[in-house]
Design a protein around this ligand. Structure first.
Ligand code: FAE
Length: 546
């Protein structure tokens, strides 16, 4: 599998219909690129990875939400952008003809440089389900710190490659706690709508939801929530809902209905590759270097010197490149950006970064659990891997719970949930000089408040339904999946580590544009807020700094 290959035409692994659907909603709000622009886009796609000695006006570290928004808007403003991405391009099918592997059959494509899978839900019926795999630059990183495993996407598209696509705008009354220094009116009038349009967000058709076998598990979740008096809400998603209906009808290849999610969706999901990044590339001004990892950013005569390792697919460094950039945008995700900035400050490369660097990191209060239903409440052998609903007990109990799938392909009689909770704990990244790495001081016991908040929902449901918690999903007799997060946030918090628009003010031309800006919690799933904040900040930066 050639992993550095540039993007080709729509590959056989992604259906043309799915691709067009994916880009269509975006192209609908943007002018179609003209022939000259399209030709330049082709040139960008064919471009070789960045060369040592190159100079670029804008260098973006990472290709997730923050990076993709920054790249698109800079390019539209006439700035040439080079994006550096440590993960693979994910544009070339493997020997099975598919780009991504299935959640039920993880192979070399599944994990980032591991020799054994580390499934978030790692037991079933009390038995461990992890298996050996070849070490490869796979798509999902399970990065282990002392007290928590942080799951992140690796590749062109960042977290959008592996996530559930749940695209949730926080309730307005909760926004003040999410980003206290940001004008809520502007966000809800301008930037959240812009982000939702750019991401191609949609909601399941309620009539289809009520009739399809693949959301039986969600309907059971609704029944149980409502009988206990909790508000049940539909949750928007970037999955193409028309495509999913066709999957259910058997007229197109299945993705969500074939259990694809954690290791990528071969069809249906509008990842950033199909939305923001497609538009960015169509400008002809954006080039991407996959399998390149930034290791240093240092000031040099009014510019920045950026050191980059080129990787092969077993994770070895095959070349070290040095380039210069007028501006550098840190978009390596909450963990990636925080680790870089903390190390560069502590090792004297960027000593002027302020004391807030590395602080304010939170897990968005993530905690998982399952409930064992009665035999008359089956949740279905066929489950869409894309969640579409939640239980909102934020105001009363500090928890918002996704009704999540267990797409095992067999009837489990289980209801499964990922809760986002108002966990008050915040951790700090620090440089461990002896070990030569960045540590995070999160404590495993800090999940206790999250469990208590999730219990405000599920204790009541269990009591009403006469059901119990599953104890076989996270170990032997272990109820709570409290060892992980999917939603790392913070580490370079807005208006503390940066100014109120993400500028690292000690170093003009350095910016943070990703989830590192958000102080630990978004009350709901985070990527719409990350996208909207990036839209707000880059608009200001383009207007005033360029
Ligand atoms: P992110 O998307 O993580 O992108 C950072 C990129 O930078 C990655 O591609 C990295 O490989 C790359 N990178 C890191 N370090 C370097 C370096 N040194 N040099 C070059 N490249 C580098 O950042 N959120 C939702 O809102 N809804 C969901 O349904 C949802 N489900 C999720 C399910 C899973 C399994 C996971 C893991 C996450 C989920 N999330 C969900 C979280 C969401 O994907 C995440 O908040 C965003 O992706 C974060 O966006 P950023 O732009 O901050």
């Amino acid at each position: 599998m050639s992993s550095t290959a540039p993007d080709g035409p729509v590959s056989s692994g992604i259906s043309r219909r799915g691709f067009i659907a994916g880009t269509g909603s975006v192209l609908g709000i943007a002018a179609l690129p003209g022939r000259a622009t399209a030709a330049r886009a082709e040139t960008a796609r064919a471009a070789a990875p960045i060369a040592s000695g190159a100079h670029v006006p804008a260098l973006v570290i990472g290709t997730g939400y923050g990076g993709s928004v920054a790249a698109l808007r800079l390019a539209q403003a006439g700035v040439d952008v080079h994006m550096i991405e440590m993960g693979m391009a994910w544009d070339t099918p493997g020997s099975d003809g598919k780009i991504f592997c299935n959640t039920r059959e993880p192979d070399y494509r599944s994990y980032w440089l591991r020799t054994r899978t580390k499934a978030p839900l790692n037991y079933f019926l009390g038995l461990p389900i992890d298996r050996d795999i070849p070490r490869h630059t796979g798509i999902l990183d399970a990065e282990e710190f002392g007290g928590i495993t942080v799951y992140q996407g690796r590749g062109v598209g960042g977290g959008s490659l592996v996530n559930g696509g749940m695209a949730v705008t926080p309730k307005r009354e909760n926004f003040g706690a999410v980003l206290p220094s940001v004008d809520a009116d502007e966000m809800y009038d301008v930037y959240y709508p812009r982000a939702n349009a750019g991401l191609g967000v949609g909601t399941v058709d309620p009539a289809w939801f009520d009739s399809t076998a693949c959301y039986q598990y969600s309907r059971v979740g609704r029944k149980h929530a409502q009988r206990s008096g909790f508000p049940f809400v539909f949750v928007p998603d970037v999955y193409d809902w028309d495509y999913m209906e066709q999957e259910a009808a058997g007229t197109v290849p299945r993705s969500a209905l074939a259990g694809e999610i954690l290791y990528g969706n071969n069809h249906g999901k509008k990842s950033l590759q199909q939305t923001y990044l497609a538009r960015a590339r169509a400008t002809g001004r954006v080039t991407v270097s996959p399998l390149h990892r930034v290791t240093s950013v240092a000031p040099a005569a009014g510019r920045y010197t950026v050191v980059i390792d080129q990787l092969n697919t077993t994770g070895d460094t095959t070349a070290v490149k040095t380039v210069t950039a007028d501006r550098v945008f840190f978009a390596a995700g909450s963990v990636g950006t925080s680790k870089l900035l903390v190390r560069l400050k502590a090792t004297g490369v960027l000593p002027g970064l302020n004391g807030e660097i590395g602080r304010g990191w939170g897990d968005n209060g993530n905690v998982m659990c399952g409930r064992a239903n009665h035999l008359w409440d089956p949740t279905g052998a066929l489950q869409s891997a894309i969640p579409c609903s939640g239980i909102d007990n934020w105001a009363a109990g500090g928890a918002f719970a996704e009704v999540a799938p267990l797409p095992t392909g067999i009837e489990t009689f289980a209801s499964f949930y990922l809760s986002i909770t108002r966990n008050p704990h915040r951790a700090e990244f620090s440089w461990n000089a002896a070990a030569g790495r960045v540590d995070l001081n999160w404590q495993a016991s800090w999940k206790r408040p999250s469990i208590d908040m999730a219990r405000t929902i599920f204790d009541r449901i269990n009591s009403r339904e006469g059901t119990i918690y599953r104890t076989d999903l996270f170990g032997v007799y272990k109820i709570w999946g409290d060892h992980l997060t999917y939603h790392p946030l913070g580490g370079a918090v807005l208006n503390r580590a940066t100014d109120n628009y993400g500028r690292l003010t000690a170093y003009p031309g350095l910016y943070v544009v990703d989830g590192a800006l958000i102080p630990g919690n978004t009350t709901v799933n985070p990527f719409v807020t990350i996208t909207a904040l990036a839209e707000r900040n880059i608009e200001r930066i383009i207007a005033t700094d360029l």
